[in-house]
Design a protein around this ligand. Structure first.
Ligand code: 6PG
Length: 464
């Protein structure tokens, strides 16, 4: 018996992807270096349902030898060095035409490099962004494959079956060459960081800025689910607020305000800086996580630094904050899409943003009702940022709500950097006169760096 696909790595995500594949009736050979994971994999369930449907292999050789040709191996292992090491082990065992899918959060330049390395040996390498956490992996993730197109085609039937579906269309489509699939997944995570930060700030504004009871805040989030804010992250925010300790205290009250990260948000920020794309919401979200670790200094600061402003006051917190949040979230997608557009141009990936909006409509962490509008915006704004599209005019009507919110948080001494960054992004796009005019004069004054003029083309220097 030869199996249709191999899954290498049976941690939480790998085991879930393997079960998803088996649940869809495909046969699979699975393997993990960790004996414990091999023992725990519920292969019996699948062999009972369709005998021979699943084989748990004892070695890499067995995995490779048990696969139908061309072999397809889905790697679900930790990004970074482990991927290089597994690719190195597998390559000599594979034959031209075989395909490796890397389903982890690999750095896109590593994926580029691995694509070339494998292509040199006739092996197809597909950097496959997978989003949706454990349940997504098990019941239908959003899948963003990039790299070898031939390799993608070899696995298309399986990938599109196991992906989430919206109106019978799979949330899986070929993104482009090289590391483009992992690039898109990286930016997906950057947007995820920005939205998580905004939701955290919205919760803090309601609970501590406006002094609402836990239950009131939960109800507001609950009601936001009936609006355009309806999304996976708002859904699970309600779930988080429904969790209580045995003594009745909401669990959220006992969670330390120190946020960790694995690196995809930081990569997104570095990419934005490298490509000159303004993505302040993503930057602030990463920095808020970094700064949160400085617990001792924050404690010291609380005893030293005074706040002289006014307390927060909103007339209708649910509506006003809801409008501001919706606009800020829409602007987060705009920032991420802008980065993807620039990277796609630079690398000639030809990424279609409409396709991304479709891929993200279900299965992934940033799935939301909003993505219908994002798709409409992407359809229009082929050359420019989503924020300037007609589809964004409706969101932008909430500019006053966002501005009022930011003014209030600033005055009350709540650093809501996510909301402020969203407003800055908005304001940069309409300001006709940026302060850098003066910067140019100063640069020329101290260093003869030259400046451009409003009245004629060219670069000029003045003896100041
Ligand atoms: C997903 C998630 C997943 C994970 C990220 C972010 O799409 O399923 O984005 O990939 O949550 O790695 O993790 P950190 O917040 O720990 O950086």
């Amino acid at each position: 018996m030869k199996y249709e696909i191999g899954v290498y790595g049976l941690g939480v995500m790998g085991a879930s992807i393997a079960q998803n594949i088996l649940n869809h009736g495909f046969s699979a050979a699975v393997y993990s270096k960790a004996e414990e994971e091999r023992l725990h994999f519920p292969s019996g369930k699948y062999t009972e349902a369709h005998p021979g449907g699943c084989l748990v292999c004892e070695s890499e050789e067995e995995l490779v030898q048990s696969l139908q040709s061309p072999r397809k191996i889905f790697l679900m292992i930790t990004a970074g060095a482990p991927v290089d090491s597994v690719v190195e082990t597998l390559l000599p065992m594979l034959e031209a035409g075989d395909v490796i899918f890397d389903g982890g959060n690999s750095y896109y330049k590593d994926t580029d490099r691995r694509c070339s390395l494998c292509a040199g040996k006739g092996i197809h390498y597909v950097g496959t962004g997978v989003s949706g956490g454990q349940l997504g992996a098990l019941y239908g993730p959003s899948i963003m494959p990039g790299g070898s197109y031939e390799g993608y085609l070899a696995g298309e039937k399986i990938l599109t079956k196991i992906a989430a579906h919206v109106e019978e269309k799979p949330c899986c489509a070929y993104i482009g060459r090289g590391g483009s699939g992992h690039y898109v997944k990286m930016v997906h995570n950057g947007i995820e960081y920005a939205i998580l930060q905004l939701i955290g700030e919205a919760y803090m504004i309601l609970r501590h800025g406006l002094g609402m009871a836990h239950e009131e805040v939960r109800k507001i989030f609950q009601e936001w689910r009936q609006t355009k804010l309806d999304s996976y992250l708002i859904d699970i925010s309600v779930r988080v607020m429904e969790k209580y300790e045995e003594d009745g205290v909401p669990l959220i009250d006992r969670i330390l305000d120190v946020a960790e990260q694995k690196g995809t948000g930081k990569w997104t920020v570095l990419e934005a800086v490298e490509r000159g794309v303004y993505a302040p919401g993503i930057y602030e979200a990463v920095m808020a996580r970094n700064f949160s670790a400085r617990v001792e200094e924050r404690r010291a600061g609380a005893g030293l630094l005074t706040v002289t402003g006014d307390d927060m006051k909103l007339d209708d917190a649910q509506a006003e904050l809801g409008d501001a949040l919706l606009l800020a979230i829409a602007l987060s997608y705009s920032q991420g899409m802008e980065l993807i557009r620039k990277a796609s141009e630079d690398n000639e990936w030809h990424i279609d943003q409409k396709v991304l909006a479709d891929l993200w409509r279900d299965g992934c962490i940033i799935r939301s009702r909003l993505l219908k509008d994002i798709k409409a915006a992407a359809e229009e704004a082929k050359e420019g940022p989503l924020v300037l599209s007609g589809a964004y005019r409706e969101f932008c009507k909430s500019e006053a709500a966002l501005r009022k919110l930011v003014v209030q948080t600033e005055s009350a001494g709540f650093a809501c950097t996510g909301f402020a960054a969203a407003l800055h992004y908005y304001d940069y796009y309409h300001m006709q006169d940026m302060p850098v005019r003066f910067v140019q004069a100063l640069r020329d004054c101290f260093g003869a760096h030259t400046y451009m003029r409003t009245d004629r083309p060219g670069h000029f220097h003045t003896e100041w």
